[in-house]
Design a protein around this ligand. Structure first.
Ligand code: NAD
Length: 504
């Protein structure tokens, strides 16, 4: 089946938040749209609401009157499918329930033409399962938009086991014509975005659960590498009930693979009704008058230091350039050790090392490890941990030195991978597994995470920056520390390390 959908009439079923947005985007692209909802009057209400929001955009000069009139004229609310028999594409955005979606498509299959494509906006159900029992399951495909639909660019085009490649391609092409960035995905739990994003939340929850770092420090560290929101504030915004439900669904759908184990810390929040912003309290308190906690950005005064050395691993030119620029800007002199086993600074017996995943205590008595960060130009917040034997004087010296070099160091517990390294390594690992399993390709994973959830870079872009060997080292340190399946390394990443070694 190779349908052409460029001039198809579109039937959107479900006039809720997603359906209304999909109808708008389709009409904006010039399609005639039928909008249908099981609840009486809902489709008309959605059109009235759309008129209001388009009028507001008109007032701001984002649309012309002709455009607004055209969009609204092209959307026709309907009360029965009999009014939409000439639809060439159905996009369903009804309740997230497998039986309801199956029943809807079975009803539509009997009414609409055999060429009509049946697309589902499901965010968690299997496209293969939705298509089960239909006369022609090959025309069922996922067309997963992100909220708010008119603004979010990503569309995951999800193929079930029986989806015809031509149908997926037609939806891919159509999404492009609608101004979106489509990415092909295979129907597996969480598709691309909801799957790869799990560790962003899970690692923050693990750090909180183990009392390794305060939420405001975790958030500040993740914002420092370019995330618009840290994981704790984002979960508070999404709602812990919703976030926990997605995690549970992905966990169950993966046959309770420990990799996706939900967090006790989050289930406690849900049990206590502390759902986030919407209930006035989540990880943070939103009650009137309470202020969000802030991290201390104050630098300690730098004492006179005798002999400083800048260490750099042989291939870590980026790390060395970053440190050299920082030392120069601070007017601090240091000798260079370019073939070191680690990157960072040495002051007497004190080593300040970029994390390779291992806790500081595993590296020596007077060691501080600092987190992955964006070289130059990134925000200054940087997590560090000190070995259990480190003297208070050395810890203060390291903090002062990091401060003088433009960082705002934040102490966290001496656990593997600190905050950023641990989280990014797990995001990369999840993305690598998704590619290994044919869910998407690496470019698709990068585009999906940047456009679906506004990540500052895609997992494979981070991988390019840090290197497969470094990512695997962090994961192995986590695995050695925690034992169990959670931090097992993706075979794709192991292969990438092997390839890099053999290419060298
Ligand atoms: P919603 O509750 O805002 O809207 C659902 C609408 O569908 C309601 O108006 C309801 O009356 C109608 N409906 C329910 N059963 C129906 C049926 N059998 N026939 C016709 N209409 C029916 O929900 P939503 O947030 O718009 O989500 C809709 C779908 O989109 C779900 O599958 C959801 O998982 C998916 N989705 C949601 C988001 C999001 O952020 N909200 C993002 C991506 C995908």
């Amino acid at each position: 089946m190779n349908p052409t959908l460029s001039s198809a009439k579109v039937l959107v079923v479900g006039a809720g938040i997603m359906g209304a947005g999909i109808a708008q985007v389709a009409a904006q692209a010039g399609h005639s749209v039928y909008l249908m909802d099981a609840r009486e009057g809902a489709a008309r209400q959605a059109c009235a609401k759309l008129r209001e929001s388009l009028d507001a955009l008109l007032a701001k000069g984002k649309f012309t009157q002709a455009q607004v009139d055209g969009i609204l004229a092209r959307i026709q609310p309907v009360d029965s499918f009999a009014q939409a028999l000439d639809a060439g594409l159905v996009v369903e955005a009804i309740v997230e329930n497998l039986d309801a979606k199956r029943a809807l498509f079975a009803e539509l299959e009997a009414l609409l033409s055999d060429e009509c494509v049946l697309a589902s906006n499901t965010s968690s159900l299997s496209i293969t399962a939705i298509a089960k029992g239909l006369r022609d399951p090959s025309r069922v495909v996922g067309m997963h938009f992100f909220n708010p639909v008119p603004l979010m660019k990503l569309v995951e085009v999800v193929s079930g086991l029986q989806t015809a490649p031509g149908v997926a391609q037609a939806i891919f092409d159509l999404s492009k014509a609608w101004g979106k960035v489509p990415v092909h995905a295979r129907s597996t739990p969480g598709f691309i975005v909801n799957r790869i994003a799990r560790p962003f939340y899970a690692e923050a929850l693990a750090l909180m659960h183990e009392q390794a770092a305060r939420p405001e420090v975790i958030d500040a560290c993740m914002r420092a590498i370019g995330f618009r929101m840290g994981p704790c504030e984002l979960m508070d915004l999404i709602g812990h009930d919703t976030n926990f439900a997605v995690t549970q669904a992905v966990y169950a759908a993966n046959f309770f693979d420990k990799r996706y184990t939900p967090s006790l810390a989050q289930s406690a929040l849900v049990d206590g009704g502390m759902l986030g912003r919407k209930s006035g309290r989540g990880i943070y308190d939103y009650a009137a008058g309470s202020k969000p906690p802030v991290v201390d950005l104050q630098a300690l005064p730098l004492p006179a230091t005798s002999h400083l050395q800048l260490h750099s691993r042989a291939h870590d030119t980026q790390g060395m350039t970053d440190w050299q620029a920082r030392l120069q800007a601070a007017g601090i002199a240091a000798d260079l050790v370019t073939d070191s086993e680690w990157t960072g600074m040495q002051a007497g017996h004190l080593q300040i090392r970029q994390t390779d995943g291992r806790p500081a205590s595993a590296l020596g008595a007077q060691v501080l490890v600092y987190d992955w960060h964006v070289p130059q130009g990134g925000a200054p917040v940087l997590a560090f941990a000190a070995s259990s034997g480190a003297t208070e004087d050395n810890i203060a010296l390291a903090q002062a030195l990091l401060g003088a070099l433009g960082f705002a160091p934040q102490r966290v517990a001496d656990q593997p991978g600190l905050v950023v390294a641990r989280t990014l390594a797990m995001l990369v690992n999840e993305a690598a597994d998704a590619v290994q399993q044919g869910v998407c390709d690496s470019a698709g994973a990068d585009a999906a995470m940047k456009l679906g959830v506004n990540y500052p870079a895609g997992p494979f872009e981070w991988l390019g920056r840090w290197g497969a060997a470094e990512v695997v080292q962090v994961l192995e340190a986590l695995d050695a520390h925690y034992r169990g399946e959670r931090y097992r390394v993706s075979p794709w990443l192991r292969h990438a390390v092997w390839q890099a070694q053999h290419a060298a």
